[in-house]
Write a protein that binds this ligand. Structure first.
Ligand SMILES: NC(=O)c1ccc[n+]([C@@H]2O[C@H](COP(=O)([O-])OP(=O)(O)OC[C@H]3O[C@@H](n4cnc5c(N)ncnc54)[C@H](OP(=O)(O)O)[C@@H]3O)[C@@H](O)[C@H]2O)c1
Length: 253
């Protein structure tokens, strides 16, 4: 019997548990999905959910042992670097099989006008200069870092209404949950006369509409590259996770 812990908070994790859920009973396996707890009303899921941090590597090792987890699937966002690094170390220490389900990074195509930056600070620095109308497609966590470039008009899009207003003197907030489509994103950018887009290289299809819209409108994009992660087994498809699991389960690991 397998006991699978899925680290989630992404459309990939939701797709994985949707595929996994109907298979569990017939196989006698169990699975739990873990959320960090950043979103007030997460999507309903077909398997049990736990919410909140584990307490670093030590806490995760303890959780894996206490819950007899046999397989750890890291399906977190490519920018959830701390969780992913902790998962690699904790799985190793606890002797639990580990795999990451990720989206391939986006790569520019003809018509894209991307400037690559290494991190949030790089994106903030790249916005030095005269006032512009900026779409900050980053989620809520790092928005306040842009307060040192207060000259711009920022368009923000969050999943939830924030507890306190963002620390940006000129901003407009849209509360909406993806996936978004190209026509909608194009209309949004046009309605706000956006001149430049800032985003993370999340990859996948759920968040790529803004890039298609920016290309169609000829807008420049400041692209924040992915953080470095420790070496790990990584796949891009739900089916590959199931194959990996079944192969290991057949061998009793
Ligand atoms: N970063 C993004 O751009 C982004 C975008 C979309 C969705 N998300 C999702 O939002 C969540 C948090 O992302 P983040 O960038 O804040 O991560 P992070 O910086 O790597 O993680 C910070 C801490 O949050 C806790 N944590 C993160 N993901 C968790 C999970 N799935 N289950 C339980 N605890 C978790 C862990 O706390 P402990 O050390 O106490 O265990 C971790 O050390 C993740 O689930 C991620 O998939 C992130």
């Amino acid at each position: 019997m397998s006991n699978i812990l899925v680290l989630g908070g992404t459309t990939e994790a939701s797709a994985l548990v949707a595929t996994l859920a109907p298979l569990l009973a017939e196989r006698g396996d169990v699975a739990v999905l873990s959320y960090a707890g950043r979103v007030a009303t997460p999507k309903a899921q077909p398997i049990p959910v736990r919410v909140g941090g584990f307490g670093g590597v030590d806490g995760l090792v303890e959780y894996l042992g206490a819950h007899n987890v046999t397989h750890l699937v890291d399906a977190t966002h490519p920018f959830a670097a701390r969780m992913s690094a902790n998962a690699v170390v904790a799985a190793e220490r606890a002797g639990v099989a580990h795999i990451a389900l990720t989206r391939p990074a986006w790569v520019p195509i003809a018509g894209d006008r991307w400037t690559h930056v290494a991190d949030i600070d790089g994106a903030v620095a790249a916005l030095a200069g005269p006032p512009r109308r900026v779409m900050l497609a980053l989620g809520r966590m790092h928005v306040d870092a842009f307060a040192v470039q207060p000259q711009h008009d920022y368009l923000l899009r969050f999943v939830d209404v924030p507890d306190r207003p963002p620390a940006l003197p000129h901003h407009h907030l849209v509360v909406d949950r993806g996936p978004f489509d190209v026509q909608g994103d194009r209309r949004l950018m046009e309605a706000h006369a956006i001149e430049i887009v800032v985003c993370k290289n999340a990859g996948g299809t759920g968040a790529s509409a803004k890039l298609d819209a920016a290309r169609a409108l000829g807008l420049p994009v400041i692209m924040i590259d992915r953080p470095a992660l420790p070496a790990r087994r990584e796949v891009h498809a739900v089916a590959d996770v199931l194959r990996w699991h079944d192969h290991r389960a057949d061998r009793g690991v």
